[in-house]
Unconditional design. Structure first.
Length: 55
């Protein structure tokens, strides 16, 4: 996967997470759990893209 695609996906995920955090009313605990889950998923995806984690 080209590096530019990785940056585009990271930007899109970041914008979607920002929109969810700012415009969808949720309890603070749910938002923090959602943020942690998304960050873990993105880290695992990045490790797989760069070949450091085999699925």
């Amino acid at each position: 996967m080209p590096l530019i695609n990785v940056f585009v996906v990271l930007i899109i995920v970041g914008v979607i997470l920002w929109l969810v955090n700012n415009y969808i009313p949720m309890d603070g605990k749910i938002k923090s759990i959602l943020n942690v889950v998304v960050v873990i998923i993105v880290i695992l995806w990045l490790l797989r893209v760069f070949g450091l984690f085999a699925s």
